[in-house]
Design a protein around this ligand. Structure first.
Ligand code: TYM
Length: 329
């Protein structure tokens, strides 16, 4: 039997090349070797206020984008989190075995709560829901970008604690990072992770950006005061551009050095822009096809949910029995 993979993405903002290179590209690649479940995590999205109409639209658009980047419904189950009530159910049971101190230590919690006047409880509980997502399906491997590694570690801690309290129940999941591109930085601020929510149009390259917009953003990317690429002294902006190029083209380190050493930043940027535009073009084309096909998305999401709901139900029953909760015969 194939090992199971689970991963998720929030339907907030528009997906960018950081999401693609950090996670989605691996999702598409791994689906042939694993039994794969990919989830649009709308319950996570509402930990921060979302306009309801916009959220509904973004769930559809993200589903279309996941098909466009190569998720194949014949090999993967593509689902929306809130369609399967077991996610929220298991999250509550895991909440009850999770010390608050573990949650307060999470880097993303600290960053998100610092930016809010009042902090919703959902922001603190966020990683417990994520643990429920993963543990519900006995996922062995979780392909994510670097910023989610801490949450997968926490999932292991929660699983271990549950197992030691109630007996062996959960499989220990492992993080899978891409070899290159686990942490793509903002083009305008290469010290900060590229993010869907960061303001500023020069920050992120969206997967649906036009070639002109992509070129403009990359040509304006922040570099440093050296004129040319020096692999022994790479500033964060230039390192980020090289990473983007390498992650899209899959060139080796030797190829990268041979080609870019001593190149002027202006030329580097032009070549990065060309590589990104070329890689996104077929994705954008498939996106338009998928979105034009009436009823297709709904069918894929429905089939995905039907396929995996029984697995989720079985886990919840197992956990209820382990904890002594009421389970009618
Ligand atoms: P989200 O929606 O923020 O991001 C989706 C995926 O994209 C990766 N990513 C990046 N990778 C490289 N560079 C970047 N700048 C960058 N920005 C984002 C993320 O690491 C992620 O893999 N909590 C998760 C969603 C989630 C989940 C799960 C993931 C919910 N349940 C269970 C795995 C398993 C999140 O907010 O991802």
């Amino acid at each position: 039997m194939k090992a199971r993979v689970f991963s998720g993405i929030q339907p907030t903002g528009s997906p960018h090349i950081g999401n693609y290179l950090g996670a989605l590209k691996n999702w598409a690649r791994m689906q042939y070797d694993y039994e794969s479940i990919y989830c649009i995590v709308d319950l996570h999205a509402i930990t921060l206020y979302q306009d309801p109409q916009q959220l509904r639209r973004q769930i559809q658009e993200l589903a279309g984008m996941l098909l466009a980047i190569g998720i194949d419904p014949a090999h993967s189950s593509l689902v929306v989190q809130s369609a399967i009530p077991a996610h929220a159910e298991l999250a509550w049971m895991l909440t009850c075995v999770t010390p608050v101190g573990w949650l307060e230590r999470m880097t993303q919690y600290k960053a998100k709560s610092a930016a809010q006047e009042t902090i919703g409880d959902g922001i603190l509980q966020y990683p417990v829901l994520m643990a429920a997502d993963i543990l519900l399906y006995d996922a062995k491997v979780v392909p994510v970008g670097d910023d989610q590694s801490q949450h997968v570690e926490l999932t292991r801690d929660i699983a271990q604690r549950f197992n030691s309290l109630y007996g062996e129940t959960f499989v220990m999941p492992e993080t899978r990072l891409p070899a290159v591109g686990a942490r793509i930085m903002g083009l305008d601020e290469p010290e900060k992770k590229m993010s869907k929510s960061a303001p500023g149009s020069g920050h992120a390259v969206g997967l649906l950006d036009s070639p002109e917009a992509i070129r403009k953003k990359i040509l304006r990317a922040t570099t440093d005061s050296h004129p040319t690429v020096d692999f022994d002294r790479l500033g964060p902006g230039v390192a980020n551009l090289l990473t983007i190029f390498q992650a899209f083209t899959e060139w080796s380190d030797a190829q990268m050095r041979g080609h870019f050493s001593g190149m002027r930043y202006g030329d580097l940027k032009k070549q990065v822009a060309d590589a990104v535009i070329a890689a996104l073009e077929p994705i954008q084309q498939r996106y338009r096809q998928v979105m034009d096909e009436t009823g297709y998305l709904a069918r894929v999401l429905e089939e995905g949910a039907q396929r995996i709901a029984p697995i989720a139900r079985t886990t919840v029953e197992k956990v209820k029995r382990a904890m002594g909760l009421y389970t009618p015969e």
